[in-house]
Ligand binder design. Structure first.
Ligand SMILES: NC(=O)c1ccc[n+]([C@@H]2O[C@H](COP(=O)([O-])OP(=O)(O)OC[C@H]3O[C@@H](n4cnc5c(N)ncnc54)[C@H](O)[C@@H]3O)[C@@H](O)[C@H]2O)c1
Length: 273
């Protein structure tokens, strides 16, 4: 069909329906998921393994990763736990080395590790501010930097960073560190996408609205704040970890081969209005 648009000349690639049907398949792919002990990290591991990926899952301690590894194995895939503090460059290098020892390649990186701390800006302790920036921004950068080197050599890779709907607008809830950190994650995503497109590395972000996880416990327990959040979501509910699955598989798979530098809001319409 497509060649009709090229003056009737049969010189454009025709759509391959078998490839289209198979484009979400991740069988044989090797992934790293950071922050795998967290709620969203586990959801990301479940989604990738359900579509066939084997995964090295990371957190600061291996003990906390048992559930994520069990979930990957339940899906019939290989799961490995490697300890890594994403703010420490030597630990990130070790994570990449160990993953290469296990899989011999890295097809997919999902940088889920992150924290949120909320205080009124005028009272925000600088050490807490620095910690949020260090984990969310520097941690994401270091994982992308070292996995990116491997992907550059491979001439292939899919990187998914985790931003937030807080990446582009302020909020009354004390987000002086978290909001700017996620704005930086979104721009880092676009920066890497532009630098690495020539190596066939896709770099995209998923920007979720609020999920009820330990990270958002503080908001959940504050009825007034909870109402402010939910009133802003046209679909009228918070996200559930399962909402991450479709976006993750899409951005990790061949279905998104021509998509890079995008921030995909998984937000029930929150940023639409
Ligand atoms: N929960 C939400 O509503 C929501 C909304 C938007 C974006 N996000 C983002 O999603 C990501 C995951 O959030 P979550 O709700 O699953 O939180 P979570 O607290 O359940 O998980 C975060 C994980 O990151 C790990 N982590 C923190 N610092 C680390 C470090 N230095 N090195 C390695 N691992 C570290 C934690 O141990 C934890 O396992 C975060 O980046 C968060 O900002 C969450």
């Amino acid at each position: 069909m497509i060649n009709k648009y090229k003056n009737g000349k049969d010189n454009m690639e025709k759509i391959n329906l078998d490839a289209v049907k198979n484009m979400f398949n991740l069988e044989g792919k090797a992934a790293i998921v950071t922050g795998g002990a967290g709620a969203l990290g586990e959801a990301v591991c479940a989604a990738l393994s359900a579509y066939g990926a084997d995964i090295v899952v990371t957190g600061r301690t291996v003990k906390t990763l048992e559930d994520a590894v069990k979930g990957i194995e339940k899906a019939g895939r290989k799961g490995y736990a490697v300890a890594c503090d994403v703010t420490k460059e030597d630990e990130v290098e070790n994570l990449v080395k160990k993953t290469m020892d296990i899989f011999g390649k890295i097809d997919i990186l999902v940088t889920v590790a992150g924290i949120a701390k909320r205080f009124p800006a005028e009272d925000f302790p600088v050490e807490d501010f620095r910690q949020v920036i260090d984990i969310n921004v520097t941690g994401t950068f270091l994982c992308c930097k070292h996995v990116g080197k491997i992907m550059k050599e491979q001439g292939y890779g899919k990187i998914i960073t985790i931003s937030s709907v807080r990446d582009f607008a302020g909020h009354t809830g004390g987000y002086a560190a978290y909001g700017p950190s996620k704005a930086a994650v979104s721009l880092l995503t676009k920066q890497l996408a532009t630098e690495w497109a020539k190596y066939k590395i896709n770099v995209n972000a998923i920007a979720p609205t609020i999920f009820w996880t330990p990270l958002t416990q503080q908001v959940l327990e504050d009825e007034k704040l909870k109402k402010i959040f939910l009133d802003r979501i046209p679909m009228g509910r918070a996200a559930v970890p399962q909402d991450m699955a479709g976006a993750t598989v899409y951005l990790a798979s061949a279905a998104s081969d021509f998509i890079t530098g995008q921030v995909l809001y998984v937000d029930g319409g929150c940023t639409a209005g």
